[in-house]
Design a protein around this ligand. Structure first.
Ligand code: PLP
Length: 470
């Protein structure tokens, strides 16, 4: 393909994308394909001769699209949303057209400096103190890995990278039972060992870590000769929105001088609204905080905002500077690749800039508030249905329920059958989790273009399909 032909195809793609977003609500949300459909549609061997874009594009529509689950569907109520608001898609298009690799300041000064400014806009949006500086990571998993590596290195006086962990005291990291599996993986990758990730019991409606149990676990570890290294707090956990009592957990961590990282991957976006900030009182005392603008805020995937009270700890943990990466003659600049595990970096700040300028913080707040309010209305409606039980109350826009008709003998199997039947139907998309061992169905609203009618339609779909279950 010649660049001369690019604009015609670019227009076609833009028209297609606009039409897709305007009509995606007419498609089944979850892909209705069977395992192997896509593999069978693709030739086993690559073509020796090039093909025209016409044929490639036609195959995209007829072969690829049926196997796509539509994350931009207004009735995507599963997992957490991964939004792609229109201006952020445009920014991503531009970023992929210029395709800079932004590992160092000098490899694209504008990208680095825009990242600094955008992270500061987000800091202000969340009302975090000025002391926090931010970096864009590719995922919350990477931010958490970076934080766990920092915990490890700080606890070992920055000797772990050089000497490994052999012969060291067991490093202990604490979290609740409700954290995302990215925490486990960070512990594995950091070589700390799953047995040294201590799951502190939870209590209360928010299913948050019990600070007294945290204190007891730390004391027991010290007595046993282990070395406490850090605490990972959960604000808006994946299953039920579990949220630790942030101030009380930080009291305990501070008392023992432990590094703290807050995983607010989903719920962090909601903190642009002052009325939700009571969910993380005292968060300004944490060392590290991550949230994903690519989830609820509307920034096209991927974009993870990682705030650090003292970036030097992270840089001391991760920076490595061979001659070929040195930037001579530029003092005081930031090379963000020293703040993250991967070296190469995309130009992600551009899509934050496009998004915030287009909607303003107020426009974004209004969307989030609507999601929370509509989800709460749906919760109230389902709560009053006799055959349904609310299992966990709304945390922002997330709550869980079970279908429990009289005489149900195997509620787990029944609810799994229900969630599968709902997703086969295709009008809405839900996923399940477990709460205290029971299989429950999650509901969360957060799609950028969802409407009140979309959310309320879930009531009709859930009740209709439940009552028709064989
Ligand atoms: N933390 C929480 C609470 C999550 O819900 C998720 C993903 O849904 C993650 C971390 C991992 O996010 P990422 O896919 O950005 O690594």
């Amino acid at each position: 393909m010649k660049w001369d032909d690019f604009s015609a195809w670019g227009r076609k793609v833009a028209d297609w994308a606009q039409d897709y977003h305007l009509t995606v609500g007419d498609r089944p949300v979850r892909a209705q394909s069977r395992p192997g459909d896509m593999l069978n549609a693709l030739p086993r061997t690559p073509p020796e001769q090039g093909e025209g874009m016409e044929a490639i594009f036609a195959d995209f529509e007829t072969k690829v699209l049926p196997g796509i689950t539509h994350w931009q569907h207004p009735r995507f109520f599963a997992y957490f949303n991964s939004n792609a608001a229109a201006p952020s898609v445009l920014a991503e298009f531009l970023a992929s057209a210029i395709a800079p690799q932004c590992m160092l300041w000098q490899t694209s000064p504008a990208a680095t400096e825009m990242e600094t400014r955008m992270m500061d806009w987000l800091r202000q949006a969340l009302d975090l103190p000025e002391q926090f500086q931010g970096v864009i990571q590719d995922s919350a998993s990477s931010a958490t890995l970076a934080a766990v590596l920092t915990m490890r290195e700080k606890a070992l006086s920055w000797q772990g990278n050089q000497q490994g962990l052999f012969g060291q005291k067991a490093l202990r990291i604490y979290c609740s039972s409700e954290v995302h599996t990215s925490i486990d993986r960070a512990i594995w990758v950091a070589g700390i060992g799953q047995q040294n990730l201590i799951r502190v019991p939870i209590k209360g409606d928010w299913r948050g870590m019990d600070p007294d149990a945290l204190e007891a676990a730390i004391q027991a570890d010290i007595a046993a000769g282990h070395q406490p290294a850090g605490v990972i707090l959960c604000v808006g956990g994946t299953g039920t929105g579990a949220t630790d009592p942030v101030d009380q957990v930080l009291d305990v961590a501070e008392k023992h001088g432990l590094y703290t990282h807050v995983d607010a991957a989903w719920a962090g976006s909601a903190m642009i609204c002052p009325e939700y900030r009571h969910y993380w009182p005292g968060v300004e005392r944490a060392d590290s905080i991550v949230f994903n603008p690519h989830k609820w805020l509307g920034v096209q995937f991927d974009c993870s905002a990682h705030f650090l009270k003292n970036p030097d700890d992270l840089v001391q943990t991760l920076a490595i500077s061979p001659e070929y990466l040195k930037t001579h003659g530029h003092d005081g600049i930031i090379n963000y690749s020293e703040w993250s595990v991967p070296l190469g970096r995309r130009f992600r700040a551009l899509k934050i800039w496009f998004l915030i300028r287009t909607y303003g913080l107020d426009g974004l707040r209004q969307r989030l508030r609507n999601h929370v309010n509509w989800s709460n209305q749906l919760h109230e409606k389902l709560k009053s249905e006799p055959d349904f039980q609310i299992v966990t109350p709304p945390m922002w826009s997330l709550w869980t329920f079970r279908y429990l008709p009289q005489g149900a003998t195997d509620p787990d199997a029944l609810n799994l059958a229900l969630v599968n039947a709902i997703n086969d139907d295709g009008r809405i998309y839900l996923t399940q989790t477990r709460v205290d061992g029971d299989l429950v169905i999650r509901f969360q609203a957060g799609q950028f273009e969802t409407t009140e009618a979309d959310v309320m339609m879930a009531f009709d779909v859930i009740t209709e399909i439940a009552r028709n279950l064989k």
